[in-house]
Write a new protein. Structure first.
Length: 180
């Protein structure tokens, strides 16, 4: 009986490990990532890019103004904040780079940063801790910079001790972005 229990326990542990995938952002971190197979694809207001959300419960919303073109989805089934977004910003007279923005908003704290390979180039990312809101949260920002346009990809989760795992779960979203 003890041997059968041990075999079942080992099998369950191994199957849990197999289902986890390594993070592309964080060393020594693996997680069970969101599934997008039955997702909802949304095209931005200007037909410049498309993204796929895990399901309709993320309620993707488009935003278009003079300088920004974006899509944001928030998981409405989750009681904790979980959001994924992409924003296209036209570089112009009023464009503020991520570095300049950090100088303007000193209350934002960079907790982690690095580079990953994404869309054929090394891209900068950073996690910002937001304590200034009613519900504190962490946001991972990944920047795709071109000559005229900047795409900012954002994963946002509530501040909790396992926030890295929550961000890791959203990483497959990157595979769902198509820029035309």
């Amino acid at each position: 009986m003890k041997i059968a229990t041990a075999i079942i326990s080992i099998s369950l542990t191994l199957s849990a490990c197999v289902q986890k995938e390594a993070s592309i952002f964080f060393e020594n971190c693996s997680c069970s990532k969101k599934e997008f197979a039955n997702g909802v694809t949304v095209i931005d207001s200007l037909d410049h890019y498309s993204v796929k959300y895990p399901s309709i419960v993320w309620q993707p919303v488009k935003n278009l103004d003079e300088f920004h073109n974006g899509i944001t989805g928030v998981n409405t089934e989750n009681k904790k904040l979980e959001a994924i977004a992409i924003t296209e910003t036209i570089k112009g007279d009023k464009y503020v780079s991520a570095e300049e923005e950090m100088k303007e908003y000193p209350f934002k704290q960079v907790v982690k940063q690095g580079k990953i390979q994404f869309l054929g180039a090394q891209r900068d990312w950073r996690i910002i801790k937001h304590d200034d809101e009613p519900k504190p949260y962490y946001s991972l920002y990944l920047t795709v910079d071109s000559e005229k346009v900047v795409y900012t990809i954002n994963f946002t989760v509530e501040q909790e001790k396992n926030y890295l795992d929550k961000i890791c779960r959203l990483e497959k979203y990157l595979d769902q972005i198509k820029i035309y």
